[in-house]
Design a protein around this ligand. Sequence first.
Ligand SMILES: [Zn+2]
Length: 201
Amino acid sequence: MHQYPPVIYELINKLAELPTIGPKTAERIVFMMLKKNHDDIATLGNNLIDLSRKIKRCSECYNFSETNPCHICKNKHRNQSMLCIVSEPQDLVAIERTGHFDGRYFVLNGTISTYHGTKPEDIRIPELVKYIKKNNHITEIILALDPNVEGETTAMYLIKHLSSLNKKISRLAKGLPVGADVEYADEVTLSAALDNRKEIS
Ligand SMILES: [Zn+2]
């Protein structure tokens, strides 16, 4: 790859650092881009610059947003008594897409995983506890975590550690196929899982 001009070589290396993209795919992407016109390449470059400059984490729910607080946390017409806990911002988007939930969210930014060495303090659980204590109008906490080992471990930890806060805790119904992520569940399945959520405590 050293025979490429430095600009091409550097971009291939940068793209190859992204998950699921190896050096071969990165090479293919760069050469596909070179076949596009200059405006398209410049737009893509500007989109990436905007991504790094304009997108920030909402300081309330930790969703990605151009504003802080985000449009969901800012919206006082949403149901302030329900809090849905998700592991990633994409899960929040999937639930919003169903139009079946009008409460608020909290994004953990991961799940507890003994395999990956992710501990509760690595995924904003201390911030979550603080958030729930601060917002005492919350009456129900819905755990919308993926039906896999990490999602299960995180749910068990949360149920144990949030029970002292005296809130109703529920989980998405078992409608999601095992191993399927909340993010990829279709809207009908996800809506049904929300409607039929199971109360834990
Ligand atoms: Zn927010």
